[in-house]
Design a protein around this ligand. Structure first.
Ligand code: TDO
Length: 173
């Protein structure tokens, strides 16, 4: 997991920012081939998308940012031989901060919207494949992500509401 904060040049007109520059990634030794851009709008605060990953050969790294609103972004290590297997990290991303998160292959990804009308834009390093697309329950007790839901029930897709827990899955990483 890596946080990226591009420079933002403000002036009387507004701002300018290079939101993606492949050379900067190459300089850091990150050679990912971004093949698809995805954008989603979540109307309600407490919309929760996740925890998602795609199985190889369509496993995806993701470079995620927020165009409008604010999210708590979560990456869970699901590489079974990793010393940090099942551990997770969170990062708040917002349109205001211009910050981005790089979620590597081998991690399940999800986010909770912290404001209504939140739009998220992200690059992925492999194309979408419905046949390889997987969900893990957001409230899997073995992972125990501390979602800041207070007492709210999250808005979930039908697929995410029916997702299995990690223990029931033969993870492919
Ligand atoms: C992800 C995706 C979905 N779709 C379609 C399938 C479905 O009909 C509709 C909505 O898909 P979903 O319900 O899976 O959308 P969503 O729940 O927003 O899924 C996304 O969640 C975040 C957390 C991620 O990490 C992403 O990789 C992706 O899994 O869009 C595509 O055509 N291409 C895509 O790349």
């Amino acid at each position: 997991m890596l946080e990226i904060k591009p420079k933002v040049f403000g002036d009387d007109r507004g701002f300018f920012s290079e939101t993606f520059n492949s050379n900067k990634f190459r300089e850091k030794g990150i050679t990912l081939d971004w093949v698809q851009d995805n954008q989603s709008l979540s109307r309600e605060k407490y919309t929760l998308r996740g925890l998602h990953y795609q199985e190889p050969p369509f496993a995806q790294a993701k470079l995620v940012r927020v165009l409008r609103g604010r999210i708590l972004d979560v990456a869970v290590d699901i590489r079974k031989d990793s010393p940090t297997f099942r551990q997770w990290v969170t990062l708040e991303l917002s349109a205001e901060e211009f910050n981005q998160i790089l979620v590597p292959i081998g991690f399940a990804h999800g986010f909770l919207t912290l404001e209504p009308d939140t739009e998220v834009l992200y690059k992925v390093s492999a194309p979408y494949s419905a046949a390889h697309d997987r969900s893990i329950r957001f409230d899997d007790p073995d992972i125990a992500v501390q979602w800041p839901l207070a007492d709210h029930a999250p808005v979930l897709s039908t697929k995410d509401a029916a997702a299995p827990v990690l223990r029931e899955i033969a993870v492919p990483f």
